[in-house]
Design a protein around this ligand. Structure first.
Ligand code: CAA
Length: 388
């Protein structure tokens, strides 16, 4: 297949980058993971440190002062941050999604205005696609943007928006022509302090609780027409092209959560003695762990493959692999974390032990950035109705 002959041997620089992320996860993220999860604390302090040592905004291009690292290198960092805590990892990584539409469709000037400052300071953006009534069905977006001279007036509501609370701006997808369905959507950069933008609610989640996820209302929000990304009607395509290259980042987060659960399960299985021997000596337990190791490696390689294809500029070929990776890694994380709780038995179900958090965290990977069912839909469309 397409993978033929690819070597994923890491360079010295890639190994160093991964080691830096691993150390950061161990020293800065792990110690705070339980507390930030319990209290739903936005990890502003950890984000600032990640920014300072260069673990954020990895993909920003050189002309903006960014490190311009390949998507593949982002996988090495993303896995380690999510081994530490996927709530905190998502808070750090979501800037990639926010910046996506500006990289895909923004002019040089727009990129300078909105992405340039991200290099200097730990500023957050957010990606405003989902609405209360339009999640999987993006073409059902109800938010409207009406042209008025040199401005647009935006009205509507956004739901489940990662980092909306702390964000400085949102890329907001709105309909500029309701009669044209998905071809009537357009994308706008909206500063969050614009009058009429309100954080309605910081949502109370099952897992990944250290990430801010908010509901946002737009009431007569006026933005200059120069804040529109691309032409009117290009919003749907911009959103899809963004998700094509951000889904591997979500997939690798799931790999990180699964890896964390696996490592804990192995340690526990070696230590926990029942019937006079460590439970690892029972095939009922050791086979669970063997499957975990196999499936995590498969998920990691599929995700690396998707990232590699993005770096090769494989277009819709990358769409297919991104969805392969997102679907498989998310479902793997759910299975592995559920089995890890099983290995820990009664203790695993208790908040005192770290595996129940991983199981709660894993669930979100099957839902956000396109559910596991939507990934199958994308895969099936690429198989039966390929667009080149
Ligand atoms: N690249 C370029 N163009 C694309 C494309 C892609 N990847 N995918 C579709 N298109 C084009 C199609 O070619 C088609 O073009 P025409 O207008 O020329 O016909 C057009 O877009 C419409 O495509 P479809 O007919 O396939 O559209 P659809 O309405 O059936 O929807 C879908 C497709 C895949 C289901 C899409 O709606 C989708 O991805 N839904 C899931 C949305 C999602 O992932 N939401 C998550 C939000 S982000 C989030 O969760 C982040 C967070 O906070 C962490």
């Amino acid at each position: 297949g397409v993978a033929g002959g690819v070597s994923f041997a890491l360079t010295g620089e890639q190994r160093e980058l991964r080691a830096l992320a691993r150390e950061f996860a161990e020293k800065e993220i792990r110690p705070k993971a339980a507390e930030y999860d319990e209290g739903q604390i936005h990890p502003a302090d950890i984000i600032a440190k990640a920014h300072e040592i260069g673990l954020m905004n990895l993909h920003l291009p050189e002309p903006l002062g960014g490190p311009a690292l390949p998507c593949f290198d982002g996988m090495l960092v993303g896995e380690e941050l999510n081994v530490g805590c996927s709530g905190i990892g998502t808070s750090i990584g979501a800037n990639g999604l926010a910046a996506g539409p500006i990289l895909v469709a923004g002019s040089e000037e727009q990129q300078k205005e909105w992405l340039g400052p991200l290099v200097e300071e730990p500023i957050l953006g957010c990606f405003g696609l989902t609405e209360p009534g339009a999640g999987s069905d993006v073409s059902g977006i109800q938010t409207t943007a009406v042209r008025r001279g040199d401005e647009y007036v935006i009205n509507g509501a956004k739901m489940f928006i990662t980092n909306a609370g702390p964000a400085s701006w949102m890329v907001c997808f709105a309909s500029t022509d309701r009669s044209r369905g998905h071809r009537g959507l357009s994308a706008f950069v909206v500063p969050m302090d614009t009058p009429g933008v309100t954080i309605e609610k910081h949502l109370d989640k099952m897992g990944q609780r250290a990430t801010d996820t908010s509901a946002v209302a737009f009431q007569d929000v006026v933005v200059p027409a120069k804040n529109r990304l691309g032409a009117e009607g290009e919003g749907f395509k911009i959103a899809m092209q963004t998700l094509d290259f951000t889904r591997p980042g979500t997939a690798i987060g799931a790999v990180g959560v699964a890896q964390a659960a696996y490592e804990l399960a192995v340690e526990y299985a070696k230590e926990r003695v029942q019937f006079g021997t460590p439970i690892a000596m029972n095939q009922g337990v050791s086979f669970l762990v063997a499957d975990m190791a196999t499936e995590i490696e498969a998920a990691r390689l599929l995700t690396w493959q998707a990232a590699w294809m993005i770096d090769q500029g494989r277009g819709r070929g990358a769409t297919l692999y991104s969805s392969f990776a997102k679907r498989f890694a998310a479902d793997t994380a759910m299975k592995v974390t559920t089995d890890a709780v099983q290995v820990f038995g009664g203790y695993g179900y208790m908040k005192e032990y770290p595996v129940e958090k991983l199981m709660r965290d894993a669930k979100l990977f099957q839902i956000y950035e396109g559910t596991s069912q939507i990934q199958r839909l994308v895969i099936a469309k690429e198989i039966f109705l390929p667009k080149g």
